[in-house]
Write a protein that binds this ligand. Structure first.
Ligand SMILES: Cc1ncc(COP(=O)(O)O)c(C=O)c1O
Length: 442
């Protein structure tokens, strides 16, 4: 069974000054060796994180961040980009020059002219979704929100926060929006404008909604360009799609209104961050002058993390387009490697085309899930081949899974779950749809 190292057991350690086995790190008022005590806790915590990173497989974050150590001298400053990135402010400790450079870079990637583009560096994909959907609602006040049932929870939360009527659309096995269902529902609500949340990579399966087909469906249902607004939730794939051989899955050359991407996903960052981008002409609807800051308020949050703009700027410079392209290529190959190894071992699994997200049978053991940091939904789990995930990690994972699985399912006497409904019969290896047996995948 998987090994739980000493470093992982940080909460079971003893600390100087009689501080023992605490559930949390209380703030100590009376502590004789305060510095020793603090240093010990922090070094142990660093070891704990290093150890966890070695088997962190189930979430969309890139843990390859060593280059960001170069930025540590900046940690002694408070850097706050409050307000509009393109407007200076009387709050001078900001990094808006870095922020605007990051926005220029993304603007070129997503094909929008510099003088037509507006955006900001967010606290993550969630905030970008809030900003994009709020703009949609402000532009089309009585619009209905359409989004697939596999959309991220932030989309449904935005609908509640902004009091938008939300119509949930069915999905295909791949996780992408079912345009036949979209058509039916659009036709029932022709009198109201449509605000579409388009998934450029769903959270669980990485399913990509077909932008061209969604636009065609809108047009065929009688929605002219001024009666729809498309927000693209491209949390992970906003930085993958432009580097694919088949070309980008979305672009501002098409009639989209906004895009949101996370910065801590493919690119990687010590703190959550992201970018939201829209057309400049849309932002005037929500901009308000704030006198005491001498700037415009048009962002979801007031105070904004000025370090994250510098972190993104630095990583984009260090990696460049070529580095990101190489990361994408490596991740695609690693995802295919994992899918093939699972299939060879007779484990039901699915990998969408040009995708990092490998979906497969949920392990029935909580400790195993916890050790490999897997994320689960129903009968499914997934591994996301992010840039820090190596072939060796995947090999160790498959070997561990195959070995444990023989124990869980008593070498074939108990049947693993059928995943035909979730990932399609052709991807299902259960006793009815596939080879059915438990095998030695080594
Ligand atoms: C499709 C999708 N949208 C939005 C988000 C939210 O992004 P963040 O965690 O950066 O807020 C995620 C997170 O995984 C996601 O997968």
């Amino acid at each position: 069974m998987t090994k739980i190292s000493n470093a992982a057991a940080i909460d079971k350690k003893d600390y100087p000054n009689g501080n023992k086995k605490k559930d949390s790190f209380a703030i100590e008022e009376f502590c004789a060796d305060r510095q020793d005590f603090l240093t010990k806790i922090l070094t142990d915590f660093e070891d704990h994180l290093t150890e966890k990173a070695g088997h962190f497989l189930g979430y969309h974050v890139n843990l390859d961040l060593n280059h960001l150590m170069d930025l540590s001298p900046l940690l002694r400053f408070h850097i706050n980009n409050v307000g509009d990135p393109f407007n200076d402010s009387s709050f001078s400790m900001h990094s808006k020059k870095f922020e605007v450079s990051v926005l220029d870079w993304f603007g070129q990637l997503w094909e929008i002219e510099k003088d037509e583009c507006w955006g900001y560096v967010t606290n993550g994909g969630t905030e970008g979704n809030f900003q994009g959907l709020l703009l949609g609602r402000e532009l089309l006040a009585d619009g209905m929100l359409y989004t697939s049932r596999e959309s991220h929870y932030s989309v449904f939360k935005a609908a509640r926060m902004f009091r938008m009527d939300c119509i949930i659309i069915r999905t295909l096995t791949t996780g992408e929006i079912d345009c036949n269902d979209l058509r039916e529902k659009l036709c029932l609500n022709k009198d109201k404008p449509a605000i579409i949340n388009l998934n450029i990579g769903t959270t669980f399966k990485g399913g990509v909604d077909n932008l061209d087909l969604v636009i065609k469906t809108l047009e065929e249902c009688g929605f002219s360009n001024d009666r729809f607004y498309i927000h693209c939730d491209a949390a992970l794939s906003g930085l993958i799609s432009p580097f694919l051989e088949q070309g980008p899955m979305f672009s501002f050359k098409k009639p989209i209104g906004s895009v949101s991407v996370s910065g801590h996903k493919l690119l990687g960052s010590s703190m959550p961050c992201g970018v939201v981008m829209t057309r400049k002409r849309y932002i005037t609807t929500i901009s308000k002058n704030i006198e005491y800051l001498n700037t415009l308020d048009n962002t979801i949050s007031g105070s904004r993390n000025g370090l994250s703009s510098i972190f993104m700027w630095y990583s984009l410079n260090v990696k460049g387009r070529l580095g990101l392209q190489q990361d994408v290529k490596k991740c695609l190959m690693n995802a295919q490697y994992l899918r093939d190894r699972l299939k060879d071992a007779g484990i039901s699994s699915m990998l969408n085309e040009m995708n990092f997200v490998v979906v497969f049978e949920r392990p029935p053991n909580h400790e195993f899930i916890k050790y490999w940091n897997l994320s689960c939904e129903g009968n499914m789990t997934h591994v996301i081949a992010m840039p820090h995930v190596t072939v060796k990690m995947l090999e160790d994972f498959v070997n561990d899974f195959v070995q444990e699985r023989n124990i869980w399912y008593q070498c074939g006497q108990i049947q693993p779950p059928c995943l035909a409904k979730e990932i399609g019969t052709s991807n299902c290896c259960c006793s009815i749809h596939g080879k059915g047996g438990l095998q030695n995948g080594n």
